[in-house]
Design a protein around this ligand. Sequence first.
Ligand SMILES: Cc1cc2nc3c(=O)[nH]c(=O)nc-3n(C[C@H](O)[C@H](O)[C@H](O)COP(=O)(O)OP(=O)(O)OC[C@H]3O[C@@H](n4cnc5c(N)ncnc54)[C@H](O)[C@@H]3O)c2cc1C
Length: 434
Amino acid sequence: MKTEISICWLRRDLRIDDNAALYHALKGNYPVLLLFIFDTNILKKLCNRQDARVSFIHQTLEALNEKLKDYNSAIEIKHGTPEAAWADVLNTYQVKAIYANHDYEPYARERDDNLAEYLRSENIGFETFKDQVIFEKNEITKADGKPYTVFSPYFRQWQQQLKPFYIKPYPVHKYLGNLLKRKQLPIPNLSALGFEKAQLKFPGKNFSGKLTAYEQKRDFPAEDATTHIGLHLRFGTISIRQAVAHALNQKAEKWLSELAWREFYMMILWHFPNTIYQSFKPAYDRIKWINNESDFEKWRNGNTGYALVDAGMRQLNQTGYMHNRVRMVTASFLTKHLLIDWRWGEAYFAEKLLDYEQASNVGGWQWACGCGNDAAPYFRVFNPELQAKKFDPDNKYIHHWVPEIKQQKHVQPIVEHAFARERALRIFKEALQE
Ligand SMILES: Cc1cc2nc3c(=O)[nH]c(=O)nc-3n(C[C@H](O)[C@H](O)[C@H](O)COP(=O)(O)OP(=O)(O)OC[C@H]3O[C@@H](n4cnc5c(N)ncnc54)[C@H](O)[C@@H]3O)c2cc1C
């Protein structure tokens, strides 16, 4: 007879401590098997065989499996489409219930809806939980029940509703004895998944030392004063409740607000899933982009002749990370100075960023372009030279990434700032007046 079990399906919550779905699964009536699917629908879109996110997931699963040894358990790993993987799992085990945490991206929602429908027909329970944010979906709304579309009032409401209950960790450790006892099976190696080990270094998880000086230093890329936990929040190797608790303990309100930006964008994506393709403000989809391929290549490679832009793009290409201030400047430069569609830039960041998060990336790009969730009008055009003077006054960041500047060998600007600014204002205005 097949063993009756329940399954906790890990996706972007790769930890066993303080995990909502796992907690509820373990408190249920059946031994719990942890499952992870290397989803080929996602993997096939990655063009770099050394994609660092895949290596990160792989390494995290190995560490997780090691921990599970203490409970005589092991994670089940599948490689394929979710449909095929689930068919296999349901064939092997007598699955009584499935638990997972919410995921707000359009692809994930469709995947989960399809699974839910199938499981209903099979009479298998599928329970899902909020885990990766403090407040989700419709938990923070305006008085009329509609979603906020501007951050400041959203954040005020978010803070008002933030009670200790929401950051209480789930005491998963008490119930880990309910994991399904089974032999360790080797995790498929990266080459079996079609990938190779990435060469990039992953940021650590220890962020609390960065919070005291965060507000003063966060805007200066040479200071490297931000926490770099985006990757860990993305894959759930840090719990958001733990991060928010630290922010409150250390009275790091500015940092807290950045965590709230993250869930603001997730809420926006959940309510407006079409914004992955369309501008939040539809009139901006009338902009007549120039979309010059050669300019795009120069931008990607950090050869625009604008030091801060080039430094940022090189940092991204070499480390999988770019400082937030520089993300804003490079994104503004692409959309305003070069008049290249924000979707091109969004796709490039999605390919390169270790901390790529669809909601924040789309939100950040639309914000920089002026077509997103921002009260400021389109005529904010960052001057990359003034931004460099203000935020990298000693050229420390720039000299690190664009060392040829010291010998005055940096390429000439591909477009003149004043000309580009006027052109952007004209083209944006024309689109909005149509
Ligand atoms: C064009 C553009 C694209 C971006 N793409 C992404 C992306 O793909 N993934 C991503 O996580 N962030 C993105 N951001 C937001 C921000 O730049 C990064 O979150 C931040 O730079 C990550 O560095 P950190 O972990 O050191 O952040 P910290 O400053 O230490 O902040 C802590 C965490 O708060 C969240 N956060 C901080 N700022 C923002 C923000 N403005 N919007 C949403 N969340 C924020 C992140 O999860 C971050 O890890 C983008 C911003 C812009 C302008």
